[in-house]
Design a binder for this molecule. Structure first.
Ligand code: NAD
Length: 261
């Protein structure tokens, strides 16, 4: 049996990168997947790829910083697929910047997407998940933090600040929903440097030559390579599914051993 057969999953920022791979993997494992993103063309294309492969997916244009849009997306998901079982708060932004040169606009953008987006998603998903019977599979909220939410970042202190916030918001959510008697679990995933358009931007703004990038990556973590989006999606699927039924408030680190030393 597939691991999330018949479940309904919503993946934010699912048009590409880690979110896109997660949407594909969840669909392959049996879920009906709602992909949301600002990128309409890429988001629709991702849903098409899933549907053409025999899965079930649709796309909504959605800005995770808008509470009105969150209410609409969750209501539409429930209307179309009959409920919401899994939320992957994946949408995120990164920006290089030393503290002294970071503007309030840069700060606000990072906080709006990485923190407000996760808060709003969690708030509206709880509303849709909280009536699950205690003996049913738990609703599962999976938040994308980062290794930058565990250890300091040399390239973006504010990004690190937001991802550290996601880590503790996850744990607080796990505690709060159980305290209110809801059958919902909430866990965070902490990827290390992973191939994606975001990582392309990180490298493009690093001033490193291709050889320097290769050397950097070989020495950055114990496994000597970048993560693949599928490496991260596998961990997300695990947390989304009942295989992780005894996990809540946990953090799963997928970083090739970067934080081991
Ligand atoms: N790639 C990495 O090395 C890495 C490492 C650690 C953590 N992460 C985290 O993983 C998540 C996915 O990262 P990725 O590398 O796939 O990034 P990405 O930039 O490739 O994809 C992120 C997606 O989020 C969407 N998005 C951005 N702002 C949005 C908004 N306001 N509303 C809706 N969608 C929005 C983008 O359009 C994009 O499709 C992010 O939260 C990121 O911080 C990535």
């Amino acid at each position: 049996m597939n691991r999330v057969d018949g479940k309904v999953a919503l993946v934010t920022g699912g048009a590409r990168g880690i979110g896109g791979e997660t949407a594909k993997l969840l669909a392959k494992a049996g879920a009906k997947v709602v992909i949301t993103d600002l990128l309409e063309r890429d988001g629709k294309a991702m849903a098409d790829v899933i549907n053409e492969a025999g899965g079930v997916a649709c796309f909504f244009r959605h800005d995770v910083t808008s509470e009105t849009e969150w209410a609409q997306v969750v209501a539409e998901t429930v209307k179309q697929y009959g409920g919401l079982d899994i939320l992957v708060n994946n949408a995120g932004v990164w920006a290089r910047g030393v503290i002294e040169e970071t503007t309030i606009e840069d700060f606000d953008k990072l906080c709006a997407v990485n923190l407000k987006g996760v808060f709003l998603g969690t708030k509206h998903a709880i509303g849709a998940m909280k009536t699950r019977p205690p003996d049913a599979d738990s609703g599962s909220i999976v938040n994308l933090s980062s290794t930058a939410g565990l250890v300091g970042s040399a390239t973006s202190a504010v990004y690190s600040m937001t991802k550290g916030g996601v880590r503790l918001f996850t744990k607080s959510t796990a505690i709060e929903v159980r305290g209110r008697g809801y059958n919902i679990r909430c866990n965070s995933v902490h990827p290390g440097a992973t191939e994606s358009p975001m990582q392309d931007d990180i490298l493009a703004t690093s001033n490193m030559s291709p050889n320097e990038i290769k050397e950097f990556m070989e020495n950055r973590n114990l496994l000597g390579r970048f993560g693949k989006p599928l490496d991260i999606a596998n961990a997300i699927l695990f947390l989304a599914s009942n295989d992780s039924a005894f996990m809540t408030g946990s953090e799963v680190v997928v970083d090739g051993g970067y934080t081991a030393r």
